[in-house]
Design a protein around this ligand. Structure first.
Ligand SMILES: [Fe+2]
Length: 296
């Protein structure tokens, strides 16, 4: 099958667009690269746009953009999606740098936007301040039916299961990164968190010092997750949606080998995809558990 190969961008609606825009530019350090009447496009150092913001009545993640390989056939991909009984739409020049796109909804109504590699864009490395993450890494959602949503991402988009926590939390990869989408069954369909990749632990320290000076306190972390083994810290953005900053996420560098690149903090040797029991270690190898506020 033709599967998506990387996450490219995510679109959000937010009630106070200017405040959220200030957070993404001045605090996270993304670059406002294009502005249309109803949309603001924010670039990371390696994508023309990682984030799109639009005005809306309440904060929510509305769409996620995924890239196919440069030689993959978009027509064939669209047929493959339609074969699952899913209604697709085709859009020409829908966004800057994207010429042709297939869109359709996932099981919870989030729009999937799939396209071939856009025109390559190189953003100059900015030193103007802010966190300046490498890239948009993953998006986590609360869902009402995790089995159905997990099947959708695997069967329609070509994701692989990296890990489960119990039978209620799945971590799915479409690239070497341990997870690009994660889905937790909580009885609701809504955004859980959006995660940006930092360089390393030193970057985490300067990022947390910086955001705290700007008034953003961590909700949970820093710590090291068991599942995915990434360093993590979470805070709330101005509209209430949670942002995660992470580094050192597990990598499946070779699918044929079937294990994550060995790291000294792994407890399994080698670390293979598995179902983790619901233990404190699965959430945070260093100890502290998330506050109840994380799941609100
Ligand atoms: Fe995460």
């Amino acid at each position: 099958m033709i599967g998506v190969r990387k996450i490219s961008h995510a679109s959000y609606e937010t009630p106070d667009l200017e405040h959220q825009l200030e957070y993404y530019t001045d605090v996270l350090g993304l670059t406002l690269i294009a502005r249309e009447r109803d949309a603001a496009y924010l670039a990371s150092t390696n994508e023309h746009h990682s984030i799109i913001l639009r005005s809306g009545s309440h904060p929510r993640c509305t769409r996620i953009g995924f890239q196919l390989g440069p030689n993959d056939d978009l027509d064939a991909f669209e047929k493959q999606v339609a074969a699952h009984g899913i209604r697709t739409e085709r859009k020409k020049d829908p966004e800057p740098t994207i010429a042709d796109m297939v869109s359709f909804e996932d099981t919870k109504g989030t729009v999937m936007e799939v396209f071939r590699q856009p025109e390559l864009q190189k953003q100059p490395f900015t030193s103007k301040g802010g966190v300046v993450p490498h890239k948009l890494g993953h998006i986590a959602f609360h869902v009402t039916d995790v089995q159905r949503a997990t099947r959708f991402y695997c069967d329609v988009l070509g994701f692989r299961v990296s890990d489960w926590m119990g039978d209620y939390f799945s971590f799915l990869r479409c690239s070497p990164d341990h997870h690009t989408i994660n889905l937790v069954e909580t009885g609701k369909n809504k955004h859980f968190h959006t995660a940006f990749e930092l360089r390393d632990w030193a970057h985490m320290q300067t990022a947390l010092d910086y955001i705290s000076r700007r008034g953003y306190k961590t909700l949970w972390g820093p710590g090291r997750h068991g599942i995915g083994h990434n360093l993590f810290s979470y805070h709330r953005s101005p509209n209430g949606l949670i942002t995660e900053l992470f580094a050192e996420l597990d990598l499946m560098k070779d699918e044929a080998l079937g294990y994550f690149e060995p790291r000294p903090w792994h407890r399994d040797n080698p670390q293979r995809p598995k179902t983790w029991p619901k233990t404190p270690e699965a959430a945070n190898l260093w100890g502290p558990m998330p506050p109840d506020e994380m799941m609100e």
